[in-house]
Design a protein around this ligand. Structure first.
Ligand code: FNR
Length: 347
């Protein structure tokens, strides 16, 4: 094992690629099909350039904000990712504890290797949200919602881009060569309900008082429908490039959705965020908060809870730096004028 000094999120990814079993790495890292969208999520951030302001007195800075009315220490949250115990024996419990200690939102996946109750026991003060896949058997869903309510979870994140599972080719190859671990993931996915419509969002609202976040929106017209169905927030997401390959990078889909929503609900984004300037760009383009998927798994693989804390602190430090160097003292200072798309410069 190498003696890498880990000073940025990519270093943790590099470390994870050295220590994780290859089938786990393939499952975590992979995207759908030819992975165009997976790559684009990251590449597109580079196509947005920063336009910093100077001489704005930035000696006192704060990145605190709120999400669904709850205070958070930073506009950075943990995305739901399946089966975290493949990265570290404490899995979701390490992640939830790290998020709670760092004062950020944690989203527990439906497809987790820890229970709702265990998460609330290790992180009782945490701002825990529950990601919901709606099952064909609605009673299973109702039971999960009730358990999340009882465990004091603050919101439901309904993932709408996974009516069936996308094809991840590396995982398929591993399954064919019989080293596969993701068979159980495919089995779980077969329980999801592809007949879902907006009526099911109305139904979900009718059975719970928890605010609903719809995750996996890429179009302004769908964002409009989400608002009309009374969601509390929209997460612009392409599932980390793991579902429909060929959809745009989330950072490119974000601006039109922010414009359409026009403040009527909160808008979040995830996909390809690996550094503080990525968070900054997402906020400048109108996101209230960003979610991290894979980087958290790399932190977990490194050293469980401590590794996830390191990932969060690194990103906070980098966001603080981006703010200072752009003339921003608070997240509300991060406005649309601070980023320009590269196409502007080639005209
Ligand atoms: C995911 N994602 C995901 N989303 C969800 O709603 N429920 C889930 O169970 C999972 N599981 C999952 C597993 C793994 C290994 C990955 C990488 C992703 C998607 C996740 O919430 C998020 O949208 C993306 O991961 C964000 O992109 P980045 O940060 O990984 O680039």
């Amino acid at each position: 094992e190498s003696k890498l000094q880990l000073v940025c999120l990519q270093d943790y990814e590099e470390h994870a690629s050295q220590v994780l079993p290859s089938f786990v790495l393939d499952f975590y890292r992979g995207g759908a099909d030819q992975e165009q969208t997976l790559q684009d999520n990251r590449e597109s951030f580079k196509r947005w350039r920063l336009m910093p302001r100077v001489l704005r007195g930035v000696e006192r800075r704060s990145m605190t904000t709120t999400a669904l009315g709850y205070p958070v220490s930073a506009p950075i949250a943990i995305a739901p990712t399946a089966m975290q115990k493949m990265a570290h024996e404490m899995g979701e419990l390490a992640t939830a504890k790290a998020a709670s200690d760092e004062g950020i939102v944690y989203v527990l996946s439906t497809v987790a290797t820890s229970t709702i109750e265990e998460v609330s026991t290790v992180a009782p003060e945490g701002n825990n949200w529950f990601q919901l896949y709606i099952y064909k058997d609605r009673q299973v869903t109702v039971d999960m919602v009730r358990r999340a309510e009882q465990a004091n979870f603050k919101a439901l994140v309904v993932t709408v881009d996974t009516v069936i599972l996308g094809r991840r080719l590396a995982t398929e190859r591993n399954e064919l060569s019989d080293s596969g671990s993701s068979t159980s993931n495919n089995f779980v996915a077969s329980l999801f309900d592809p007949s879902l419509t907006w009526k099911d969002i109305t139904w979900l609202k009718s059975i719970t008082k928890m605010p609903i976040v719809v995750k996996g929106i890429l179009r302004p017209d769908d964002a409009e429908l989400a608002v009309q169905h009374g969601v509390a927030a929209i997460a612009v997401s392409n599932h980390g490039g793991r579902q429909l390959d060929g959809v745009p990078a989330t950072i490119d889909a974000l601006p039109a959705i922010v414009k359409q929503v026009n403040g009527r609900c909160e808008v979040y984004v995830d996909g390809g965020i690996t550094q503080g300037t990525d968070v900054f760009k997402a906020l400048a383009l109108g996101a209230r908060m960003v979610f991290l998927g894979r980087p958290v798994l790399w932190g977990l693989a490194h050293s469980g809870e401590a590794g996830v804390v390191s990932i969060i602190r690194l990103l906070k430090k980098e966001l603080d730096l981006a703010m200072a160097l752009s003339g921003c003292s608070s997240v509300t200072d991060i406005d649309r004028s601070l980023v320009v798309h590269q196409s502007f410069f080639s005209n």
